[in-house]
Design a protein around this ligand. Structure first.
Ligand code: PXP
Length: 238
C-alpha cells in the first residue's frame, strides 16, 4: 500500500504575499495538488499570517472538506480558528518568535501538557483528529499517546540536515524505533520537515509510517517542473 502524501502549500501563499496580490491562490493550488496525487492539503496558520491567513483556511476547509490538515501552535486564537473552520485534522506544533520555519517537535513542559490536554479535548469534541509534532524519541511519543493524540508527526528536520552517513543512520533508527513504539501505543504515524525527492525514500521505507507531509521541496520543484509534475513525481516515489 502506498503512503499518503500531504502537500503543504504555505509557500504558494508566500509567493502571493510577496506582492500582497490575489494570486497565486492557495485554493487553486490545492485543487491541482489533489488532482495530481496529494491525499491531503497541509497549511500552517501562523500567528503573523505571513503566508496562509484565516480567510485561506476558511475557503480551503469549505472547498475541500475532509482534506485539510491544519498545522498550528496552541495559542487560544489559533485554537479558535481550528474549532471554527473544522479541518479534517490539526497538527499542533510549537511556534517560536522570529523562526523562519518550525524548529523542532513540541517541548512537553508541565504547562504545555496542561494546555494541550484541554485543546485536544475541544478539538475531539468537534470531531477533528489531532496530531502532535514530536521529536523522534520514546519519551515524546509516550507523552503524545498519554495526552490523547490520534497521530504523531515525527520531526525529520535533524534527519534532513544530517551531514554524515553515521548521523543519517542514527536518525533513521530513531525514526524507526519511534514509529514502532507509536504503533504499539495505537497512534497513526506521520513524518515531515525537510523531506525532499532524495531523502524521502529512506523514511518512507520505515514500516508503519502512513503519511509524509512535504512542502518546500515540492513547491520549489514546481517552479521548474510545474505543480502537477512536482506533486505526481513525489507521490510516485511513495
Ligand atoms: N510538518 C510540519 C509539522 C511542519 O511544521 C512543516 C513546515 O511547515 C512541514 C511538515 C513541511 O516541511 P517542509 O516545508 O520542509 O517540507
Amino acid at each position: 500500500m502506498s503512503l499518503k502524501l500531504g502537500v503543504n502549500i504555505d509557500h504558494i501563499a508566500t509567493l502571493r504575499q510577496a506582492r500582497r496580490a490575489a494570486w497565486p491562490d492557495p485554493v487553486d493550488a490545492a485543487a491541482v495538488c489533489l488532482e495530481t496525487g496529494a491525499d491531503f492539503i497541509v497549511v500552517h496558520l501562523r500567528k503573523d499570517e505571513r503566508h496562509i491567513n484565516e480567510k485561506d483556511l476558511a475557503l480551503l476547509c469549505k472547498t475541500f472538506p475532509g482534506k485539510i490538515h491544519l498545522e498550528c501552535s496552541y495559542t487560544p486564537e489559533l485554537e479558535k480558528a481550528a474549532l471554527k473552520y473544522k479541518p479534517y485534522s490539526v497538527c499542533i506544533v510549537p511556534e517560536e518568535p522570529g523562526e523562519v520555519t518550525t524548529t523542532g517537535g513540541l517541548k512537553f513542559t508541565p504547562q504545555v501538557k496542561a494546555r494541550l490536554l484541554e485543546m485536544i479535548e475541544r478539538l475531539h469534541k468537534k470531531g477533528i483528529l489531532v496530531s502532535l509534532f514530536v521529536s523522534p524519541d520514546a519519551a515524546s511519543v509516550r507523552t503524545a499517546a498519554k495526552l490523547g493524540a490520534d497521530i504523531v508527526e515525527l520531526c525529520t528536520r535533524d534527519y534532513s540536515e544530517a551531514t554524515t552517513a553515521k548521523q543519517t543512520q542514527k536518525l533513521l533508527q530513531d525514526l524507526a524505533l519511534s514509529t514502532l513504539l507509536a504503533k504499539e501505543l495505537g497512534l497513526e504515524v506521520h513524518a515531515g520537515h525537510g523531506l525532499d525527492y532524495h531523502n524521502v525514500l529512506a523514511v518512507a521505507d520505515i514500516g508503519g509510517m502512513s503519511c509524509m507531509n512535504i512542502g518546500f521541496s515540492i513547491v520549489t520543484r514546481s517552479v521548474f517542473a510545474g505543480l502537477p509534475a512536482a506533486v505526481s513525481e513525489m507521490k510516485e516515489l511513495l
